[in-house]
Design a protein around this ligand. Sequence first.
Ligand code: SF4
Ligand code: SF4
Length: 322
Amino acid sequence: MSLYSGSLVGVMEKKTQQPEDRHSDSLDAKDAILKYCLSKGALVAGVADLDAINRIAPAGHRPADIMPKVKSVISVGVGGQTQGAWTVPAKALAYFGSTETRAYGIAYGCAFFIENRYGERSVYCPPDLDNEKGPRVPLQSVKLHAELAGLGARSLAGDILLHPEFGYMYFASIFTELELEPDPTMPENPCPHPSCVDMYRKIGETPCMKFCPAQCLSGKIDEAGNQAEMRYEMSKCAELAEQYEAVPKMISKSIDAETSQARDDVLYDLDATMLWYKMSVGSGGLLAQCFECMRVCPIATRAPMADPIRRRDARQAAKEQA
Ligand code: SF4
Ligand code: SF4
């Protein structure tokens, strides 16, 4: 029997299917797809409402701009740092980069899984930057997809998504022509945490605002303890934490140098040589955030399943209860 006979049967069956059968097949497919993502290491997975994405994302950055016949957007989230990572000094933490490549691997595999099993076109959504708009504009917002799939809510730390159980995660998306039922968004935003509200009442800042080394976060919390305003000065954060423009700046300075000594000073100073090092090893520290806003965030670091140790403890507690 051909490996593809399953999907050929599926296509033939579709012609005679009743609407209720299609709905039930779609629910089964969604269940199998999300289970696939979880089995490959995602902590959470869901389907975003495509109409909502189209209402919020600007023209040129909607899923159909990448895949014209897209019917569903699936989002997956993987865990952030280990618990140990939060104990190391900032200069070491910056090298750890982030875990998003694990999410990308799962999304890539998921697109193959859908095509293989359901015979519907699917793609791993590129999380990369729009080459017509420069290094600060993504092709698609995988954060928006994750938020609308109910995998996280926007925090006071520059809109980083937080989850009440898993804390801080990294996300990736899959676009498919298979129609899947969307999930609801998260019913409540876990940010600000009650301890952050207390701190705000006392000093007018939450931990992420107070300890951001670039002082790029500010905002307001209302009487009920909810977010009232969030301000994020991306350029300050980017200057500290992302170095896309550092290389051309350095090259330009060295070209302008008037003496060979001045040129050497530009090319071999401590920051420049560290940058060459990061590039040569492909360090995530070149492009990643500085992590300090998350290091002090009670949800990112202390949510019940925020790191492998907490997840292990939760598994053991569940076993003992069973
Ligand atoms: S990544 Fe660093 S600079 Fe950027 S908001 Fe967080 S703490 Fe501030
Ligand atoms: S520290 Fe975390 S929970 Fe507290 S306000 Fe900032 S992002 Fe929200």
